[in-house]
Design a protein around this ligand. Structure first.
Ligand SMILES: N[C@@H](CCC[C@H](N)C(=O)O)C(=O)O
Length: 291
């Protein structure tokens, strides 16, 4: 058995096992990922992030073609062993991991480009911790009907892609949000081929305060189940709520999740509207585990 030196980190309670494998020598299979993420028999996490050089893996070639400065690739795995294109909390924690391990540098005001399966994403430091530009987004995935255990009626969702797929569902009250049992996979009709992360959202009262939109959100993540937070989910929830609110809705949002608060901002870039996510990136402990 070999040893894996890891760091346990989280962004608003969305937790990850991170390890450095610069040359792509440690290829963990789904069973090993599940074992690391197991909260009873393993370290326990919502996902595993391998820090690997883009040039060391096939998926990294597209990242380097997009931006030659994307030296590092975020090889993200959900706790069930599947891979995802993107992780909004994960990439912020990953950036800090690279910086604090001396694998990358980030001067104040500069950006760190990171390769992902969803494209290259730029990370910056800001007042709340780390911010990532998730690039362009799209209304993608239609409006499937969503049923969740604990909710009396099925509701229409809104499909949004922010690098990975989401379906956002509006609920009417905090009580309704709290009564949803998200340990069970919500049923989508029709079911998206690649699955989806499903966010349930309640508007703040008032929805907009001092020009900032306020929402509360819970999530069932594809491949990880209910988590305390999902960064791309918070972004999708803010985008969906702005879409539903119509003209005049703000471009800045505060998203309250069970594990804390995330910030979302939409802004006009040369190639279309971009959306960014900001919030804390924390480390809990380091360790060594056999695999
Ligand atoms: N927690 C993440 C999203 C992780 C991937 C997701 N479960 C998927 O399969 O797309 C986030 O913070 O965005």
């Amino acid at each position: 058995m070999a040893e894996l030196h890891f760091t346990k980190g989280h962004g608003t309670g969305n937790d990850f096992v991170l390890f450095a494998d610069p040359d792509g020598a440690v290829n963990l299979g789904p069973d090993q990922i599940r074992a690391l993420c197991d909260r009873h028999f393993g370290i326990g996490a919502d996902g595993v992030i391998r820090a690997v050089r883009s040039k060391a893996l096939p998926d990294g070639a597209a990242a380097l073609a997009e931006d030659a400065a994307a030296e590092w690739f975020m090889d993200y795995h959900n706790s069930d062993g599947t891979v995802s294109e993107m992780c909004g909390n994960g990439i912020r924690v990953y950036a800090r991991f690279l910086l604090e391990n001396g694998l990358a540098e980030l001067e104040s005001g500069q950006t760190l480009p990171i390769g992902t399966r969803g494209g290259v994403r730029d990370v910056q430091r800001n007042a709340t911790g780390y911010q990532v530009d998730l690039g362009r987004w799209s209304l993608d995935g239609g409006e499937p009907l969503v049923r969740a255990r604990g909710l009396k009626v099925a509701r229409p969702g809104l499909g949004i892609n922010v690098g990975n797929p989401h379906v956002v569902v509006a609920l009417s009250s905090d009580d309704e949000l709290d009564s949803a049992d998200l340990a069970w996979i919500p049923i989508l009709d029709p079911e998206p081929e690649a699955g989806a992360n499903v966010e349930f959202v309640v508007p703040g009262d008032p929805l907009v305060k001092d020009g900032v939109g306020h929402i509360r959100m819970r999530v069932h993540e594809r491949g990880s189940g209910e988590t305390l937070s999902c960064g791309t989910g918070a972004v999708a929830a803010a985008l969906a709520t702005r879409y539903w609110a119509g003209e005049g809705a703000p471009d800045q949002w505060r998203v309250e999740v069970p594990g804390g608060v995330l910030g979302v901002r939409m802004w006009a870039a040369e190639d279309g509207e971009h959306v960014s996510l900001s919030g804390p990136a924390e480390f809990s402990f380091d360790g060594i585990v056999a695999y």
